[in-house]
Write a protein that binds this ligand. Structure first.
Ligand code: B12
Length: 222
């Protein structure tokens, strides 16, 4: 990996938003997430590579430290802030100049789950590729998904979960939506999920990243 992308991943990991951010000690005075994301774009790295090889790597490393008891909730929160700062810069670079003409996807993080970074990235990539996203946010109840679907019957649905406990809430949502018989396709994603899990709960597909998801959605209309 290039030094630039590694340094960017480190800024996300430690939550260093910009050069003024006074932590962590070993990065004081150095460029932060904002400057390095802009620099990476200027150097010609694609937004997809910046996302996967720097930003998500940084989140992954802070998550591993958290799992090992070497990082705590505030560390996750500041890393999330840095990640969001970078996403704001990347967002326009995902826009491919198309309107939202391909169809609608209702997206939400399921009940009990407050993780939204992954969902927001999926939303950004879908919108950039011409899909309209109705974002129901985090901690989304089954009723909220159904209400939104009743108002947008032709939509597909994307469910996100990051906790092994909250992913279990997906099955009830899938069953209830399938009972409506609108022909809605329901897709799932999030770090603890798998294709096996998606099959088991009757979802129409699991995708580990936004690009495989958008490619599949595009194949449905082409
Ligand atoms: C940041 C973070 C937080 C932040 C979230 C901030 C926010 N606004 O999202 C905060 C601090 C709030 C948080 C809280 C908690 N967290 Co947390 N968190 C994380 C962390 C470090 C990163 C998650 C992340 O953003 N990853 C980066 C994104 C880009 O990846 P992603 O979400 O997987 O999304 C990608 C794909 O999965 C996919 N995708 C995602 N959704 C969808 C949907 C569809 C339809 C599709 C197709 C694709 C798709 O595309 C995305 C882009 O590539 C993870 C560690 C990890 N490695 O995942 C722990 C982690 C998920 N958290 C964990 C835990 C335990 C918690 C808490 C319970 C901690 C606590 N004791 O309070 C709480 C729970 C709060 C709640 N009720 O939800 C555990 C979960 C363990 C488990 N087995 O369930 C993890 C794995 C950390 C760990 N290693 O222990 N957390």
């Amino acid at each position: 990996m290039s030094d630039l992308l590694f340094n960017l991943s480190e800024c996300v990991e430690y939550g260093k938003i910009n050069s003024d951010t006074q932590y962590p000690k070993h990065l004081i005075g150095k460029k932060g997430t904002v400057e390095l994301t802009e620099e990476a774009l200027n150097c010609g790295f694609s937004p997809e590579v910046i996302l996967a090889d720097a930003l998500i790597m940084g989140m992954k490393r802070i998550g591993e430290k958290f799992a090992q008891g070497k990082a705590f909730i505030p560390n996750l929160l500041i890393a999330s802030k840095a990640m969001n700062a970078a996403s704001t810069i990347l967002k326009p670079h995902f826009q491919k100049g198309s309107d939202y003409h391909k169809g609608k996807i209702i997206m939400g993080t399921v009940k009990g789950d407050l993780h939204d970074i992954g969902k927001n990235i999926v939303k950004m990539v879908l919108e950039g590729n011409g899909w309209q996203v109705i974002d129901l946010g985090v901690d989304t109840s089954k009723e909220k998904f159904i209400e939104s679907l009743n108002e947008n019957k032709e939509s597909h649905i994307g469910l996100s979960a990051l906790l092994t406990t909250t992913m279990l809430n997906m099955e009830d949502i899938v069953n209830s939506i399938k009972l409506l018989n609108y022909g809605t396709k329901i897709f799932v994603g999030g770090a603890p999920l798998s294709s096996d899990f998606a099959n088991k709960i009757g979802a129409d597909g699991y995708f580990p990243d936004p690009h495989s998801f958008v490619n599949y959605l595009d194949s449905l209309i082409n």
